[in-house]
Write a protein that binds this ligand. Structure first.
Ligand code: ZN
Length: 170
């Protein structure tokens, strides 16, 4: 397994719509494994392939406290959603910024697992939020898109400033 670089907003990869995986082969499994390792290292609870510069519809999630319940979602789709609640969200591609987003509190979704087997599941609470957040990434959508334009511009400036500092530091 290998650690991948997590791209930071406004990297153009984060705005691309990801393409469906046609076959879950060793290459896709390697990507999912590397994404899981990268997510754990970054102390995140979810990561989508565009965040590591890969244009395939692959998502990894682990919302457990012990980090022992990894989920791999390939070509995930939300089938049904209900409820609505506001909660604080962050994103590994927008480091250090958190804000309130309204999401469905329950979703039913389908995906392929790491072995390419189709499955359907329901999620609520943090997992439901995470599934919605990560599937948004596959559409090139970020949680700050739900905020006001003014806030989004501020976040962009902040991230660009951060990016310049990183480059200046080598
Ligand atoms: Zn994110």
């Amino acid at each position: 397994m290998a650690l991948l670089d997590i791209l930071v907003y406004p990297d153009p990869w984060l705005r691309k719509r990801a393409e469906p995986v046609t076959e879950v082969d060793g290459d896709v499994r390697r990507l999912a494994d590397d994404m899981l390792e990268t997510m754990y290292e970054a102390r995140g609870i979810g990561l989508a392939a565009p965040q590591v510069g890969d244009g395939r519809r692959v998502v990894v999630i682990d919302v457990s406290e012990e980090h022992d319940t990894p989920r791999v979602l390939i070509n995930p789709e939300i089938l049904e959603r209900s409820g609505e609640a506001s909660g604080e969200e962050g994103c590994l591609s927008i480091p250090g910024y958190y804000d309130e987003v309204v999401r469905a509190t329950w979703v039913r979704y389908r995906a392929l697992d790491r072995d390419g087997q189709p499955f359907e599941d329901e999620a609520e609470g943090t997992l439901a939020v995470c599934v919605q957040h990560e599937i948004d990434h596959l559409e090139g959508r970020l949680f700050i898109d739900y905020l006001s334009e003014l806030k989004r511009k501020r976040v962009r400036k902040r991230m660009e400033k951060r990016e310049r500092q990183v480059s200046a530091a080598g």
